[in-house]
Design a protein around this ligand. Structure first.
Ligand code: BGC
Length: 512
């Protein structure tokens, strides 16, 4: 009851800007029985060995080699954390932390250098096999993402996610992966963060391939990506699940969009629909298909602009059914929250056509919100996480949720008590509030195990529980204070606001 009313206060306060959600309300809070903890990484961000053992070029290799200074520090993932050679040390760190599972991704062009299943690279596929065996040796469950943004460059040259043939290309690659590793991997994620793939990669220039063809290429990508995801799901469901009995799901990035005032409720609702509902609604709603408001707004704007059809390619009724219900969990990557308003100033603010022009509102983060140490746009807003989980529970009939990513960026330095640890305590507390209110959250995966290539920010922005020294060829990894906090949380299965590690020496507990 106490927790329920705490949650209620949280809800009321947030609408009117009260900070109640940020106070420490409980000293020690237990996680539910069976709740699973892990950490996440992605192939391009950690592996390095970009051209070793026959691996072909991906869109990040291509972009960073041809135009290095699109990345803040003009760096690339050629070596990154060198996990291609150091995976045993990575697993050792996981044992130090005591995690239940490890979420990592496969590199498509490392396994299939031609992009297609006509040739499977023996050393490339063996790398993941070795990693999986090493994890299982220590009872760490592999959770494998098929696609975390490193598309084979060759497929990009044929249009990448705007080419409808990618549905088959991706499905073939998925089938190869299920066949190679399905005997040992039970949990699969099809695609990481469709919004970043489609909007940032095709509708903007903030991720590879940086096409920046707004309001057209991004929407083409949305449809193809959802069909590709669904096809991989059906292959797994029909051909592999009966033998393997595992799970398969998608990881959506959803930041939360909160109305600035009560009169902006519709604007904020539409922001949530355009930003991530466009992927969630087709999969998790009872009716399937894109959110009706997204369809209406894009169709109306397209007509006004002289297009002969909506720039958002429609699904046929068969496709709606094919995509609906294709995720065993609501995989959720969440970092921060924005406020939303809509007024006359929006006219002329965005490129025409574009997704933001179709949506027609403004989002921002007030300057008084605590900002992220290494990123002003990653403000610390734990109540947004709570509200987002409530919205998912209400809109999609309380699906089982798997937090596939959540985390905080700093710069170098091992003492992250007032930054990462503080963020994690507040966000995990918000997550426990949502669970107390009935959200069915089953697992939490922290981004990230160690510092890695942070996309457009290069190595400036550090998300790791372990710091990596990128100027040392050996890429040594050193635990930050947050690694000790996470370890203690996993040991006790409880969040303790006041835990202070009494050592800086990491060891492996018995049984790990
Ligand atoms: C991505 C990660 C990324 C992290 C931090 C997510 O958008 O999936 O690859 O490093 O956020 O920015």
């Amino acid at each position: 009851m106490l927790l329920k009313s705490a949650g209620f206060i949280l809800l009321i306060c947030t609408l009117f800007g009260c900070e109640a959600a940020q106070v420490e309300r409980h000293d020690v809070r237990k996680f539910p029985e069976g709740f699973q903890f892990g950490t996440s990484t992605a192939s391009y961000q950690i592996e390095g060995s970009w051209n070793v053992d026959g691996k072909a070029e991906n869109i990040w290799d291509h972009m960073t080699h041809n135009n290095p200074c699109v990345i803040a520090d003009c760096s690339n993932g050629d070596v990154a954390c060198d996990s291609y050679n150091q995976y045993k040390r990575d697993v050792e760190m996981m044992r130090e932390l005591g995690i239940d599972f490890y979420r990592f991704s496969l590199s498509w062009p490392r396994i299939l250098p031609t992009s297609f299943p006509d040739y499977i690279s023996e050393p490339g596929s063996q790398y993941y096999s070795n990693l999986i065996d090493e994890l299982l040796k220590y009872n760490i469950e592999p959770v494998v993402t098929l696609y975390h943004w490193d598309l084979p460059q060759k497929l990009q040259e044929m249009g990448g996610w705007t080419n409808p043939h990618i549905v088959d290309w991706f499905a073939d690659y998925a089938r190869v992966a299920f066949t190679l590793y399905g005997d040992r991997v039970k949990h699969w994620i099809t695609i990481n963060e469709p919004r970043e793939v489609c909007y940032q990669g095709y509708g903007a220039n903030t991720k590879a391939p940086a096409l920046n063809i707004k309001g057209v290429a991004d929407y083409m990508c949305v449809k193809n990506l959802l069909l590709a995801h669904a096809k991989a799901y059906h292959i797994f469901d029909q051909e592999f699940r009966p033998k393997l009995n595992g799970s398969i799901f998608i990881a959506l990035s959803a930041q939360f969009y909160e109305p600035e005032t009560e009169k902006e409720i519709v604007a904020a609702k539409e922001a949530n629909q355009f930003e991530w509902g466009i992927y969630a609604h087709p999969i998790f709603s009872d009716t399937g298909d894109y959110p009706p408001i997204v369809k209406e707004k894009v169709a109306a704007k397209s007509a006004e602009q002289g297009f002969f059809r909506s720039r958002l390619p429609e699904f046929t009724p068969e496709e709606v059914d094919y995509v609906k219900g294709t995720s065993d969990y609501f995989g959720l990557n969440h970092y921060t929250t924005f406020l939303v308003y809509r007024n006359e100033s929006v006219a002329g603010m965005y490129d025409v056509p574009s997704m933001y022009d179709d949506l027609g509102n403004v989002h921002y983060q007030p300057s008084e919100w605590e900002y992220g140490a290494a990123s002003v746009n990653m403000r610390v807003v734990p109540w947004g996480f709570y509200k987002l989980l409530a919205l998912i529970r209400e809109d999609f009939n309380n699906p089982p949720v798997f937090i596939t990513e959540n985390g905080y960026a700093t710069f170098t330095g091992l003492d992250d008590t007032s930054t990462r640890i503080s963020y994690l305590r507040q966000y995990l507390s918000a997550l426990l509030d949502a669970i107390d209110e009935g959200s069915d959250v089953r697992a939490y995966s922290l981004w990230s195990l160690m510092d890695n290539f942070e996309w457009m920010f290069g190595y400036n922005s550090r998300f790791g529980l372990y710091e990596v020294n990128f100027s040392d060829p050996a890429r040594p990894r050193t635990p930050r204070k947050s690694a000790f906090m996470y370890k203690q949380m996993l040991r006790t299965r409880a969040l303790d606001w006041h835990y202070e590690p009494d050592t800086t020496v990491m060891t492996i507990d018995e049984g790990h």
